[in-house]
Design a protein around this ligand. Structure first.
Ligand code: C5P
Length: 223
């Protein structure tokens, strides 16, 4: 572990997409690369934190020097997060699937030759950020969520912060004209109880470093 302002602190980070099985060979997923979550875990470790990195099947590899817990589904991610607590802070950067297939088939779904089409029923996944934010006991001292918005970015992020019960929301504008989704840069607003801060457009590593520094500042104030 590195020396730094987060030495002796445990920080949990979720990252990547989740995969929700349809049958043993098929799944529902999303396009999250895991880039921002991986950069945040790296930046926290660089400040000396002990980092537990709970990641779905991401394109971008996890950073060195963190404890990696690999999961596939939203329910596995929630279980891994609960098992990793207690933590001084938690950052929820994962793009968790909102729904899973209600009863995934135990065997491969096959065409039967009649032209009959399969139908999928969905069930809602647990909201991991909201679950942890609203814990009565053992809640991390600082809980940070993300919000990807295309309209009314700040107003929607303020509402999301209240609804989820987290302390901070990192809100980014993902409307297509920004080129942020899948790009190397990010333009974010940090939403806290006392207002919104607009950060200039910068690389994902710089967003991560700035967020890690803010987390170190917040935990430092507490100690
Ligand atoms: O509600 P929405 O998906 O926009 O919220 C995004 C935030 O909530 C992110 O921090 C994401 O990691 C978290 N989230 C979660 N579990 C879910 C859905 C979202 O932790 N099932």
């Amino acid at each position: 572990l590195m020396d730094g302002p987060l030495k002796g602190r445990h920080v949990l980070v979720t990252s990547g997409p989740t995969h929700e099985p349809i049958d043993p060979v098929r799944y529902i997923a999303n396009r999250s690369s895991g880039a921002q979550g991986s950069a945040i875990a790296r930046a926290l470790a660089a400040l000396g934190a002990k980092v537990t990195f709970v990641t779905g099947p991401a394109e971008v590899p996890p950073p060195a020097g963190v404890h990696v817990v690999r999961v596939e589904t939203a329910r596995e991610m929630l279980a891994a997060v609960e098992a990793a607590l207690p933590a001084d802070a938690a950052v929820f950067a994962a793009a968790v699937a909102d729904w899973r297939v209600a009863s995934a088939s135990g065997s491969k779904i096959k065409k039967d030759g009649s032209g009959a089409l399969p139908a999928l029923d969905f069930a809602e996944n647990p909201d991991i950020l909201a679950t942890v934010s609203q814990m009565k006991q053992g809640r991390p001292g600082l809980v940070v969520g993300f919000a990807a918005e295309t309209d009314d970015v700040i107003a929607n992020a303020i509402a999301k912060r209240a609804r989820k019960g987290c302390d901070w929301i990192v809100a980014n504008d993902v409307s297509p004209e920004t080129g942020i989704m899948g790009g190397a840069e990010n333009a974010v607003h940090l939403i806290r109880a006392d207002g919104a801060e607009d950060w200039p457009r910068m690389g994902k590593a710089e967003v991560a470093a700035k967020l890690a520094a803010r987390i170190a500042g917040a935990l430092g104030d507490e100690a």
